[in-house]
Design a protein. Structure first.
Length: 402
């Protein structure tokens, strides 16, 4: 099956998570992604869990983010390594990196230099605070936790009245990676129209701030500083998790029509006409009166009992799955969101599939993650035209694989 980004070449100067997430999706859609790694490999090759003994080629973390890519070892501390990278950039469409802001400039590969090498290139940078920012933020190091803290998302995450709480996944990195894909695809469309390349300046803090939903609106309009509410929604009620007889269930009752149906289902039709609970604004204002009433009712039945009831009445709900339960769920299996690959050095293993479900050119996992430097010689020979003798010399000098 042809792929929507087939024929697109991406130079992937990324490491760990934010930019690798971006290039992973580009690869899923068919782009040829060349992951440039230093001699010791991407830092994430040292992160667990490992398939068997710890090894740079058996790292589950790296494998999960780098399927469908090619790996080329290139020592950019050597002039020849830089020369090879310049040659590769000339023959590519996109370059993606998430180094500290000064790194690419010091190497001689910032936007101003790269656009001289290839004026049509789409250059995407991802950093904590962005490249174009105030001087005090320009070289400020940032991990996902920094972005979560600065963006405000941690201040609205966690139990009501509890300590600060990190979102359970590295959402700052991941959102930044997703948004970079949008920026790159938009720039490619613009290039089709104008022939010009573009620079994408991605920020993890910007990305998280952009998804704060109504928290910013509440502050700007009402002057209210939002606080964490556990699983509850700040302006829709009831819209949260409830403890059942044997577990937990989520019930987002998003409008008055659903509220009336919900009251009938839990056998509390008296709540429909109650003056404190008639409309969503009423229920939200009187949340502290309503929630204890509902907690008593929901605890009367098991999670499965309520799931069957709500499903039968087409009410929105979900049991709270742990990772084992969601990995084994029929929905995830049917949607091919957990796929099996044959990973060199690790054997058969399952990784997360592509969520990009297009009718003609869907994203898919069609190749495992590369071994460290697996494609260095192939790229040197087939793309850059180096001879076997020249490649051997490069290997001896440690410019590419040793």
């Amino acid at each position: 099956m042809s792929k929507s980004l087939q024929g697109l070449r991406v130079v992937d100067l990324s490491h760990v998570l934010a930019a690798p997430t971006c290039t992973m999706f580009l690869a899923d859609l068919g782009a040829e992604v060349i992951h440039i790694e230093p001699p010791n490999g991407d830092d994430s090759r040292a992160f667990g869990p490992f398939v068997g003994e710890p090894d740079k080629n058996r790292c589950g973390y790296f494998i999960s983010l780098n399927r469908n890519k090619k790996s080329m070892v290139l020592d950019l501390k050597q002039n020849k390594g830089k020369e090879i990278l310049r040659e590769l950039i000339k023959k590519s469409d996109v370059i993606v990196e998430n180094y500290r802001p000064d790194t690419m400039k010091n190497l001689g590969f910032d936007w101003q230099e790269i656009t001289k090498i290839n004026p049509r290139i789409i250059y995407a940078s991802i950093s904590g605070f962005g490249r174009d920012t105030l001087p005090e933020y320009t070289n400020r190091p940032a991990y996902d936790m920094v972005a979560q803290g600065y963006s405000g998302i941690m201040s609205i995450t966690g139990p009501e009245g509890g300590p600060v709480c990190r979102v359970g996944t590295s959402i700052g990195d991941i959102v930044a990676g997703h948004q970079a894909v949008i920026g790159i695809l938009s720039a490619l469309l613009w290039r089709e129209k104008t022939g010009k390349g573009q620079y994408y300046d991605g920020s993890m803090v910007d990305g998280l701030f952009a998804i704060l939903e109504n928290a910013v609106a509440r502050y700007e309009i009402e002057g209210v500083i939002p606080k964490p509410l556990g699983s509850a929604h700040p302006s829709i009620t009831p819209f949260q998790g409830f403890e059942t007889h044997d577990g937990w269930i989520i019930m987002p009752i998003g409008n008055d029509k659903l509220w009336k149906k919900f009251c009938k289902v839990i056998d509390r039709e008296d709540l429909i006409s109650h003056p404190d609970f008639k409309t969503n604004p009423d229920r939200t204002e009187n949340r502290k009166k309503l929630i204890p009433i509902l907690e008593i009712e929901i605890k009367k039945k098991t999670t499965k009992d309520w799931s069957d009831i709500f499903n039968g009445e087409s009410l929105p709900y979900s049991q709270i799955n742990n990772i084992k339960e969601v990995c084994e769920s029929k929905h995830i299996q049917y949607r091919k969101m957990l796929v099996e690959i044959e990973q060199p050095g690790a054997g058969k293993m399952k990784i997360v599939g592509s969520p990009i479900k297009l009718s003609e050119t869907p994203g898919e996992v069609y190749a495992p993650a590369p071994l460290l430097g697996q494609h260095s010689e192939e790229i040197m020979s087939e793309i850059l035209g180096y001879s076997t003798e020249e490649i051997t010399i490069m290997k001896k000098r440690g410019v590419i694989n040793k």
